[in-house]
Each structure stands twice: as structure tokens, then as C-alpha cells.
Design a protein around this ligand. Structure first.
Ligand SMILES: [Zn+2]
Length: 447
């Protein structure tokens, strides 16, 4: 059996059947008012593992991850810091992508920014007004929730339940408390764009509908994001998109669980979080990856030093075994491939897949075997563990990453002399590089 994914829309684990030759994936990315914390990285690693596994299974993937660079929180920050919102957004996007590179999180095919897609957003809002799914009031535009028959299907909320919690804020002029904003009239000193309804800016939900459909088409395969986005964000994305096109919007909705801290959701808004840049000061990218993959993506995961230390110990057991072998064969038929594949096909069950790696390590201790070590290395690469770097000095992973990034570029351009020179220089500093030669690794990395 092939890949099965849990679909939030149907609350069932379903066999994955792509719509066409290329699997289209959209991920709700960061609202870039601050640097990424561990919760953001978990969403990114979920997307990363999904893409790695699809590609390993032979699929071609086109993945889009957006940045919400215009929103209330960023405007608030602009006011507070007296700094241009674009500079705030740009700085945090850079930090996020840098962290993803260090953590070996595969880059999406495109990273659209909401502010660069005003035309698509305005066209979509206009379409919803034309179909009377939306209406304008004093420069604001709202979506008529009651007009959309399947509203609440994703989050399993009924209109009655929603009504009891809904309220109209004094400044709003909605017809119905359930309606949500597609476009917001400009307030003084706020960034704004010209639209048929006067100067204003988009609501958060419409940005994702516009960007996802722009890059992936009106219907696409998989939408991912944190489980906190199910309502209202993804519910509203479905309503807007289906109302506009009359077509199925997304086939599979995948949501990852929260990272918790003392049982509560890690979140920027509550000040209850750990920045990934701080965690990287004490734990290597591979240890952080192992810590996150030890829990299946749908379950919540508690952030604690003890859990990270456990992951560190587990990772070093694997590493010590593999490093006993100086040279590993380039081409291998990995051992336990059927079992590993079955674990990953079972809704990306990474704890089970890691279990196969631990089993191999255990077997390897009974009998030293090149075949076992090469298989472990193969699976580590499949799960996105990065080229190992050993640092004996005070150089941070961030700094080593910059050097490695440049070195990899040189290797890609076949400038091996320079790449070798960097390697020798690093070795003189006590940093050992292990270039991955296996075909499997190239297959994953060169795509
Ligand atoms: Zn979104």
C-alpha cells in the first residue's frame, strides 16, 4: 500500500492520490513580526518530511509557503518600534530562512509575500462581491458566512455554535456577526493599497486563498499548517476559495500538533516561547530534528531540556555506530526498507521509522556490519538529517553553516579545488566534514 495521510477535512486516514503529475502543496507560513520559535519550526519540519517522503517515493512536488508580511501585529510593531513594516518583515524572513537552512529544512519552490500579491487578492475579493458572497461597507469588505452552505465542515463547528460566540465590534459595520473581513479600509498611518473600495489592506485569510490558487491552481493536493489554523483561518480559506471558483479547493488538509511549554501552546502572542536561534546555541540541528521526529506530527510535543537531552543521547548512539566505518559503499539496497517504508507511508509515522533505525543500531552492535551502517546512513538522509559537522572549537553552527553553504555552491559549480581548500582549512581548525557520496543522498539533495 502507498502513502496514507490523515485528512482533517474527513477526519480519516486516506490513501494519497495526487490530482496530476506534480503534487501541489501549500503551507501557511509565518506572520513575520518576530523571529521563528520552535512551534514555527515544527510546522516547517512537517512540510519538509512530507516533501522528502513524497520525493523519495518518486513524486514531483511543487510547494508554496507564504509569508504574511502585512497584518495587525506587524503594523503594531511598526508603530511601537518606529520602523518601516517592510524592514521588520524582511529581517524576520531572512532569519527564518537562515534557520531552515541550518536545520536542513528543504526550501519550498516559492515563498510568496502577501504584500506582493495585492492584484490577485483584489481580483478575488471582487469576484466574491460579484457573486454576492461578499459586500462592501464603508470601505471594508466582508464575507457572507451564512451564504456558504458548507461553512464549518473543516473545523466541525455548526453555525449555531458560532453565533453564540460571535459579536460585532463597535467600529465594524457587518451585516452579520459571523461575517469576516476580506478587505479593511485604511486607518491613518497604516500601509495601504488602492482598491475599488478605496485605500485599504487585505484580511489575513484572503491572502492565503489568493496566493495558493495563484501558484497551484484553483484545486490542489495538500494544504498544511499548525492545528491552531483550522479555525477560523483554514475554514475561511475554504469558504472564500470554493465560493469564488465553485470547485474543490484542497483535497488533503494536514495539520501538525502544537509545541507546548508546561502544557500550554508555545506562542509569540503570550510571550510563552523559545526562539529556535537560542535552542541552536545548545543543540545541533540533527538533535533538534530527532527531538521533533520522535513524535508523530499530529501529536502535541512538549518542549523541555530533558526531551532534548534524551534526543541528544539517542542521536549520539546512532552517530557513534555509523562513524566506526570510515568508508561506506555508495550504492546500497538498504536493509529493512519494507518496514521503514510502511512506517512512513502510515501518515508519516516518524517515531516508527526512527524505531527501525534504532533496531538497525541494535543489530549492528551484535554484529559489526558495513551493510547495517550504510542502511542507517541512508535512512538518516531520507529523514533529512544533515551532513555531520564536528566542531571542537567555539564556532557556532550558524557560522559553519555559512561556510558549508558556500562550499556546497562551489562543489555544485565543480570548483573542487576551492572546495577542497576550504575542507582542509576547516580540518586544521578541528572541524571534520563528511561528504555524502551515496546515490540516495544525491537523489534527495540534488533535486
Ligand atoms: Zn494561511
Amino acid at each position: 500500500m502507498g502513502l496514507r495521510l490523515y485528512n482533517t477535512l474527513t477526519r480519516k486516514t486516506e490513501e494519497f492520490k495526487p490530482r496530476g503529475d506534480t503534487v501541489g502543496i501549500y503551507t501557511c507560513g509565518l506572520t513575520v513580526q518576530g523571529p521563528p520559535h520552535v512551534g514555527h519550526i515544527r510546522s516547517a519540519i512537517t512540510r519538509d518530511i512530507l516533501i522528502r517522503w513524497l520525493e523519495y517515493s518518486g513524486y514531483t512536488v511543487k510547494s508554496i509557503e507564504n509569508f504574511t508580511d502585512i497584518d495587525d501585529k506587524i503594523i503594531e510593531k511598526q508603530r511601537k518600534n518606529k520602523e518601516d513594516w517592510r524592514i521588520i518583515a524582511h529581517r524576520h524572513i531572512e532569519k527564518y530562512l537562515r534557520a531552515c537552512d541550518i536545520l536542513n529544512i528543504k526550501r519550498a519552490t516559492f515563498y510568496p509575500w502577501a504584500s506582493q500579491h495585492m492584484e490577485e487578492i483584489i481580483v478575488l475579493v471582487k469576484k466574491l462581491i460579484d457573486k454576492s458572497f461578499a459586500y462592501e461597507k464603508k470601505g471594508d469588505v466582508y464575507f457572507r458566512v451564512r451564504k456558504f452552505p458548507n461553512y464549518g465542515r473543516l473545523s466541525k463547528k455548526s453555525i449555531d455554535e458560532l453565533i453564540s460566540g460571535a459579536r460585532i465590534a463597535p467600529a465594524e459595520s457587518k451585516e452579520d456577526p459571523l461575517d469576516f473581513a476580506l478587505w479593511k479600509a485604511a486607518k491613518p498611518d497604516e500601509p495601504s493599497w488602492l482598491s475599488p473600495w478605496g485605500k485599504g489592506r487585505p484580511g489575513w485569510h484572503i491572502e492565503c486563498s489568493a496566493m495558493s490558487m495563484h501558484y497551484l491552481g484553483e484545486s490542489f493536493d495538500i494544504h498544511t499548517g499548525g492545528e491552531d489554523l483550522i479555525f477560523p483561518h483554514h475554514e475561511n480559506e475554504i469558504a472564500q476559495s470554493v465560493a469564488a471558483t465553485g470547485k474543490e479547493y484542497v483535497r488533503y488538509w494536514m495539520h501538525n500538533g502544537w509545541v507546548t511549554l508546561g502544557g500550554e501552546k508555545m506562542a509569540k502572542s503570550t510571550g510563552h516561547y523559545f526562539l529556535i536561534e537560542d535552542v541552536l546555541k545548545n543543540y545541533s540541528p540533527n538533535v533538534i530534528r530527532l527531538y521533533l521526529l520522535k513524535t508523530q506530527y499530529r501529536n502535541q510535543i512538549e518542549f523541555s531540556k530533558d526531551r532534548l537531552d534524551e534526543a541528544k543521547a539517542a542521536y549520539s548512539r546512532i552517530k557513534i555506530y555509523v562513524e566506526e566505518f570510515k568508508e561506506l559503499p555508495e550504492k546500497i539496497e538498504p536493509l529493512m526498507l519494507g518496514e521503514f517504508t510502511e512506517a512512513m507511508n502510515d501518515d508519516l509515522n516518524t517515531p516508527k521509522a526512527l524505531g527501525k533505525i534504532y533496531d538497525l543500531v541494535k543489530k549492528g552492535h551484535e554484529k559489526k556490519s558495513v551493510e547495517i551502517a550504510a542502511s542507517i546512513k541512508h535512512y538518516l538522509a531520507v529523514l533529512g538529517f544533515r551532513e555531520e559537522v564536528e566542531s571542537s572549537g567555539e564556532l557556532s553552527y550558524q557560522l559553519i553553516d555559512i561556510i558549508l553553504h558556500i562550499r556546497n555552491k562551489l562543489r555544485n559549480e565543480k570548483k573542487y579545488d576551492l572546495a577542497d581548500e576550504i575542507r582542509t582549512d576547516l580540518e586544521n581548525l578541528g572541524i571534520k566534514l563528511a561528504d555524502t557520496k551515496g546515490v540516495s543522498l544525491h537523489r534527495l539533495e540534488d533535486k
